[in-house]
Design a protein around this ligand. Structure first.
Ligand SMILES: Cc1cc2nc3c(=O)[nH]c(=O)nc-3n(C[C@H](O)[C@H](O)[C@H](O)COP(=O)(O)O)c2cc1C
Length: 162
């Protein structure tokens, strides 16, 4: 069986979900990919795959609660068992995203994962409460970049580049 990519996502208003689904579409054109919501993914899923794409919204300058809870739940059960595996991340934010990306990178460093693509941060320009709470619709060009990221990550994994 070929090497497998696990995409773990959380989303409150649909932006990150659309990004993760686009990446999944790209990835599964290149190999074996799984798409799991953070609340449903567990340590066994993390252990049983070869590479990762983590996708989360930035909430209050860090990872969204459900995504953080996924890492809190899985961190110690898999620590020391996935070292060197490749990963990339996608963050959906209103106007920043750097805090969430930094937090995710620190967690990945703790796991000794290998970052193989730079973080993709997408800003939705949501600033006011009504904009923040509104469902997010991302531009086709943005989703295409997510698709390409997923395809590239999977191709590198399947081809043994990382
Ligand atoms: C509780 C809350 C806190 C947020 N905090 C931030 C923030 O610190 N920085 C930022 O750029 N956007 C922030 N946002 C905006 C979201 O990141 C933005 O709406 C993003 O598109 C949400 O992605 P989603 O549709 O996948 O949930 C926040 C949104 C919520 C609901």
């Amino acid at each position: 069986m070929g090497r497998q990519l696990l995409i773990v996502w959380h989303s409150r208003t649909g932006g990150t979900e659309a990004m993760a689904r686009a990446a999944f579409e790209g990835a599964r054109g290149e190999g074996e990919a799984r798409l799991m919501r953070a609340g449903e993914a567990g340590a066994e899923d993390v252990l049983g795959t070869d590479g990762y794409l983590f996708a989360a919204p930035e909430n209050l300058a860090g990872l969204s609660g459900e995504m953080k809870e996924f890492f809190d739940r899985c961190y110690y059960p898999v620590l020391g068992k996935i070292e060197g595996r490749p990963y990339a991340q996608m963050i959906c934010a209103g106007s920043d995203g750097s805090g969430a990306a930094r937090q995710l990178a620190r967690i990945a460093t703790g796991w000794r994962l290998r970052e193989v693509q730079p973080p993709m941060i997408v800003n939705t320009a949501a600033q006011t409460p009504s904009q923040i709470l509104a469902p997010k619709v991302l531009e086709t060009a943005v989703l295409e970049k997510c698709r390409e990221l997923g395809a590239g990550l999977m191709a590198g994994l399947a081809g043994g580049i990382w």
